[in-house]
Design a binder for this molecule. Structure first.
Ligand code: MFK
Length: 557
């Protein structure tokens, strides 16, 4: 037998995570950190232990069993081994609950998303139903429907596996995933006055759930999104059979293959109105903001996992006479990825921090606006980073990165959904524009940059600070020039949103770098900040309608 290559190794995923650990040391009061660190350490060990079995089971997929042996419609979904265990794991470790517990006050969300970040890359994307569960709890609480809050929220936020519920979020129909206003599902009251839903939902990522939030048009209501209403559904009877709902098929997807995404038909499914019989999009929006943050957390989680594996591999792989990691060119490649990851990480966890502060009433108006503005921006930036980063990471393994049973292709395939679901990059860019129009200026973003700038004092970071100031001023000019012209602003929205995200991410990373230099004598975040600045933060484009139309259509007339 000739040479065989050693594969990459994973150690405790909390203990080896410099970014997460130093962020928590900076942000959390020492007593809070001391209280949560043993749990994070234990969880970091568990997620590393699960991963090899998940890679070994890479080809496993859920199976839809429509009928039993006697021809009865059963619509059973047979899940893989980890997915069967996952609800109990999620409950026990408080993956949703931790965000709602009061012990750590406004830091509850940081604690929860630290767990979610450790979990996602070893979860076979079970973080998707958890994101929706979290979003449903937030949405019900915000809607203030006492009956539904009492019925569902204690389950959604339970740490007891016997009590824990999973929620779906059924929005997408064949008419569109982005343009939800075209929803065709009709809600009709039955003879007892109970709402029943009739329609087809096209991307139901949690069909194996205890409840779901969904949109439907009360019969007789007008067209458009404002005439949709938000409904609460408990789709299954206690014996597990569906209530007037059939699973048409599970989708064959590029990635997230352990996740049983279904096409379903609602044929009189009983439902409850969450609020009034309209304003459904407005009502479900709190759920979207939560799942978008989970999405950003998932992006940095998968990206970090890929990088941890690539780094480990590069120490074990010898090429041209020395370990891959000792080659300057490979170091350049990994260093760029690390810089991107650190920026995305700090932006994501800043949003988690703001969310926790907002839910505990520790937030001023400017930061509340910043939270709303930067949630879609963080999602869109990190989703793109994860795809580009994991594509590069496949390459860092050479041919092995293209082979399924290394587990590396799964990371890339799973990451590819992150810029798509929960709002594509373009839809989220328009959401950023929507918020800017509501606020009327870049003020909350500028204030945040100013406040972070005041904390960046190390002279080595002067070029970084200068770049942030210059880019902030360019973004202001861009908005002044194009903001008033609806079409131009929309055409340039992606560039604007990406610029807002990358600039704030750099400022957050630089602020952290300043702290780690002073408090921990650790120069690595500073190196990451300087490198991220060199990779560029200004993504503004001059919308050139005529040229774009000509190239997009490829018609010259
Ligand atoms: C681990 C990863 C975790 C991820 C799990 C994901 C699994 C789930 C899979 C899915 O379900 S994917 C489907 C997700 N679908 C989307 O994300 C929808 C994408 N489309 C949009 O985001 C559109 O912007 C949206 C449908 C929300 C709005 O389009 P419209 O119909 O043009 O609505 P409009 O009139 O602009 O807004 C209606 C109201 O909602 C307005 O408020 P008012 O009624 O008071 O004027 C908006 O301000 C408000 N709104 C919209 N987005 C909001 C929001 N409010 C707060 N936050 C937001 N994000």
């Amino acid at each position: 037998m000739g040479f065989t290559q050693q594969g990459p190794l994973l150690d405790n995923q909390y203990l080896e995570d410099r970014l997460l650990r130093s962020l928590l040391r900076r942000v959390l009061p020492p007593a809070t950190l001391a209280a949560i660190e043993p749990g994070l350490t234990e969880f970091g060990e568990l997620v590393a232990d699960w991963y090899p079995a998940q890679v070994a089971a890479h080809a496993e997929q859920p199976v839809h069993v429509p009928f039993d042996a006697w021809g009865n419609r059963v619509d059973r979904v047979e899940l893989g081994a980890f997915w069967r265990e996952a609800p109990a794991i999620a409950a026990r470790h408080g993956l949703v609950a931790a965000g709602y517990e009061r012990d750590h006050g406004p830091h509850a969300r940081l604690h929860q998303f630290a767990l979610a970040y450790l979990f996602t890359a070893s979860s076979e994307i079970y973080s998707c139903p958890l994101a929706m569960t979290d979003g449903a709890a937030r949405c019900l609480l915000d809607a203030g429907n006492k009956v539904l809050i009492e019925r569902a929220v204690p389950h959604l936020t339970s740490r007891d596996p016997a009590q824990f519920w999973i929620s779906g979020q059924w929005m997408t129909e064949t008419t569109g995933g982005s343009d939800v206003a075209g929803t065709e599902t009709i809600a009709r009251p039955d003879e007892n006055g109970r709402w029943r839903l009739h329609g087809r939902k096209w991307f139901t990522s949690a069909v194996v759930c205890d409840m779901a939030l969904t949109l439907a048009r009360p019969e007789g209501s007008g067209p458009g999104g404002d005439h949709l209403a938000l409904f609460y559904v408990e789709p299954r009877r206690p014996d597990g059979r569906y209530r007037n709902l059939t699973i048409d098929r599970l989708k064959p997807k590029l990635g997230t293959r352990k996740l049983p995404t279904a096409e379903i038909t609602l044929d009189g499914t009983p439902a409850h109105l969450v609020g009034e019989a309209r304003h459904g999009v407005r009502r479900i929006a709190p759920m979207l903001n939560i799942t978008r943050l989970w999405n950003a957390v998932a992006a940095v989680s998968l990206f970090r996992r890929g990088l941890a594996l690539a780094r480990s591999y590069a120490t074990r792989r010898v090429v041209f006479g020395m370990p891959l990691l000792d080659h300057g060119l490979h170091q350049e490649t990994l260093a760029d990825l690390q810089a991107e990851l650190e920026a995305g990480f700090h932006l994501t966890f800043f949003i988690a921090e703001l969310l926790g502060r907002s839910e505990h009433g520790h937030i001023d108006d400017a930061h509340a606006q910043l939270l709303r503005l930067m949630t879609p921006a963080a999602k869109l930036m990190t989703g793109k980073q994860a795809v580009a980063g994991l594509s590069e990471i496949c390459e860092a393994f050479g041919g092995a990165g293209y082979i399924e049973d290394t587990g590396i292709p799964t990371l890339l395939r799973d990451a590819q959904v992150l810029p798509i679901w929960e709002g594509t990059t373009n839809v989220l860019s328009l959401d950023v524009l929507r918020v800017l129009n509501q606020i009327g200026s870049l003020q909350p973003w500028l204030l945040a940059l100013r406040s972070l700038g005041a904390q960046i004092t190390a002279p080595e970071l002067d070029p970084v600070s200068r770049l942030i100031r210059e880019t902030a001023s360019r973004a202001g000019e861009w908005l002044g020039q194009h903001g008033g012209a609806k079409d131009a602003a929309a055409a340039g929205a992606r560039g604007l949103a990406m610029t807002l995200a990358r600039t704030l991410a750099l400022a957050l990373l630089a602020r952290h770098a300043d702290w780690t230099m002073r408090a921990e004598s650790d120069p690595r975040p500073m190196a990451a900040a300087r490198r991220f600045a060199r990779l560029g933060i200004n993504r503004l484009v001059d919308p050139a309608a005529v040229e774009a139309r000509m190239l997009a259509t490829d018609i010259y007339a």
